[in-house]
Design a protein around this ligand. Structure first.
Ligand code: CP
Length: 305
């Protein structure tokens, strides 16, 4: 039985297969309308979500399966003190596969150790968000035509941003990637990631001003400063509008640079940028459904060989 806890749980060859399947699902949705007939997905979300939970639910329904679950810890027996381990043992008898989001780092790993069904990490604290990474990689592959040889700028909350951490883990396996980390001092990329890049001789730079590096980028991955990860409101208020991508700043960028964002967006991308053909974040959210359909089929052993 296979789980998806970290983006590294799939080899690059396995990812290629997953993306091929996602592309075929997008082209021929009717072919897959009954692929998961009789199967049940449990979505156990201890933290808020729009895209991840609803795209998982949409994915399973589009595959002919059904969905059960909860969308906040308060409406589950976690509010009575039940552990993740006990919950997943019980859910294993109710569903065939489980997507779990939890505020604590490592919660999905704990669940996978006790689970009798595949567990998908739908975000664990500030740690990892591997299905967002699958979405990001599919978007880059579809819109750029490749997953190698580009300069990517990651901008915003690089300290707590689990989407950023997961994406870097996944991208270090492709050749020719150069990382530009754009953040205020307080939200710098964690040291353990820098160590990993140094170990693999992967080029990176850390900068504070977005404008200084914008002309060099093939991809700009914007992120939200996350109020829910701050210990005090004062720090959040000071940093929340540190970066705002505007139409004027976009003039500094290459004509074919893609702007990605895992969403939700708050102020970090001005809505006037949405009409720019390089703004790809809403297409990115749509690709999340196809890649999650491919993932569910793959983890249930229902993907075509
Ligand atoms: N990108 C993402 O994880 O969005 P949600 O928090 O809405 O699921």
């Amino acid at each position: 039985m296979k789980h998806l806890i970290s983006p590294l749980d799939f080899t690059t060859q396995e990812l290629d297969k997953l993306f091929e399947l996602a592309a075929d699902i997008e082209k021929n949705p009717a072919t897959y309308a009954h692929a998961c007939d009789g199967k049940i997905l449990a979505t156990c979300f201890y933290e808020p979500s729009t895209r991840t939970r609803l795209s998982f639910e949409s994915a399973m329904i589009r595959l002919g399966g059904q969905v059960i679950g909860f969308s906040d810890a308060g409406s589950s027996s976690a509010s009575k003190g039940e552990s993740v381990s006990d919950t997943i043992r019980v859910i294993s008898g109710y569903a065939d596969i489980c997507a779990m989001r939890h505020p604590k780092e490592g919660a999905a790993t704990v669940a996978s150790e006790k689970s009798l069904i595949p567990v998908i990490n739908a975000g664990d604290g500030g740690h990892q968000h591997p299905t967002q990474t699958l979405t990001d990689l599919l978007t880059i592959k579809n819109l750029k035509g490749r997953l190698d040889n580009f300069t990517i700028g990651l901008c915003g909350d690089l300290k707590f941003g689990r989407t950023v951490h997961s994406l870097i883990h996944a991208l270090v396996r492709y050749p020719g990637i150069r990382f530009l980390f754009i953040s205020p001092e307080e939200l710098r990329i964690p040291d353990y990631i820098i160590e990993e890049l140094k170990e693999h001789n992967i080029p990176y730079e850390e900068v504070i001003r977005l404008e200084d590096v914008l002309p060099e980028l093939d991809l700009l991955y914007m992120t939200r400063v996350q109020r829910e990860r701050f210990f005090n409101e004062e720090d959040y208020v000071r940093l929340k509008d540190f970066y705002i991508l505007t139409k004027a700043k976009m003039e500094l960028a290459k004509d074919d640079m893609l702007v990605l964002h895992p969403l939700p967006r708050v102020n970090e991308i001005d809505v006037e940028v949405d009409d720019d053909p390089r703004a790809s974040y809403f297409r990115q959210a749509q690709y999340g459904v196809y890649v999650r359909m491919a993932l569910i089929m793959t983890l249930l052993g229902l993907a075509p060989q």
